[in-house]
Every structure is written in structure tokens, then in C-alpha cells.
Ligand binder design. Structure first.
Ligand code: THU
Length: 135
């Protein structure tokens, strides 16, 4: 991913955080994904009075891309209000793995806009493969 696209992806993740619906945790997260045809989709975390029904920003963004017909994700940016870097939860790693590969770049973004990239295979080294079930 070139610098311009990376900057744009980070910008979208930060902007998405503004739409977070997180009255219970007060923990805002924004995510943005870049597809292989260079389209960006974003999402934020959306919580619920039934706590377990909260959806993370990463999955929200990925589902937007999937619904638009996209099937390959080359980068994901995740932004929060934390001073340090937060990484996607286990459920989101699993969902990312459906549309990503080991080289997919995960861009972590702190509250003050510092960024760090991690290769997806470092976060999720052994994704389950159910190729036989795919049509
Ligand atoms: N959350 C995300 O959206 N993404 C993450 O990577 C970590 C956690 C959300 C879920 C919940 O709404 C809140 O942050 C606190 O866990």
C-alpha cells in the first residue's frame, strides 16, 4: 500500500470513530478497510443494552465491504482513544481472516494519530481453512 492510500485509510478510521455508539463502555473505536480494488469502507463499534450484542468497529467495516461485493482486503486500520496501540479482538481476527491473507497490513492508530503496521500473519498465524465448504 502506498503512503497516500495508507494516510487515507488512517484518516477514514479516525473519522469512523466519531460515529461510534458506545454508551456502555465509553470506548470508541473506528476501523477502515482497503479492498484489492482500492476502495475504502469504514465502521465503528456499535453497542447494545444486551452487552454481548456489541459489534466491533473492524467487523462493522468488513461487513460493509463484503455487502458491497468485495472479497479481498489488503489493509485494515484501527483507531481508538487509547494512548497506546489496540489490536483487533479474536473474533475480529477470525472475520478478517475470511477476506485477508498473511500479508494484509493491519495499521494500528493511537489517540494522537501515531501509527504502526503489523502483518496480519503475526496477529493470526494459523487461520482455520474450510476451503472444501466454499462454493
Ligand atoms: N472494540 C472494538 O470495536 N474493536 C477492538 O479492536 C476492541 C474492542 C469495542 C467493543 C466494545 O464496544 C468496546 O470496544 C469495548 O470493548
Amino acid at each position: 500500500m502506498n503512503k497516500k492510500l495508507r494516510d487515507e485509510l488512517v484518516h477514514h478510521a479516525i473519522a469512523a470513530k466519531e460515529h461510534s455508539y458506545s454508551p456502555y463502555s465509553k470506548f470508541r473505536v473506528g476501523a477502515a478497510v482497503l479492498t484489492d480494488d482500492q476502495v475504502i469502507f469504514s465502521g465503528s463499534n456499535v453497542e447494545n443494552a444486551s452487552y454481548g450484542l456489541a459489534i466491533c468497529a473492524e467487523r462493522n467495516a468488513i461487513f460493509q465491504a463484503a455487502h458491497a461485493g468485495k472479497r479481498k482486503i489488503v489493509a485494515v486500520a484501527v483507531s481508538s482513544d487509547e494512548k497506546g496501540f489496540i489490536t483487533p479482538c479474536g473474533a475480529c481476527r477470525q472475520v478478517i481472516s475470511e477476506f485477508a491473507n498473511g500479508d494484509t497490513e493491519i495499521v494500528l492508530v493511537t489517540a494522537d494519530g501515531k501509527t504502526k503496521s503489523v502483518q496480519f500473519e503475526k496477529l493470526f498465524p494459523t487461520p482455520p481453512k474450510l476451503e472444501k465448504l466454499k462454493k
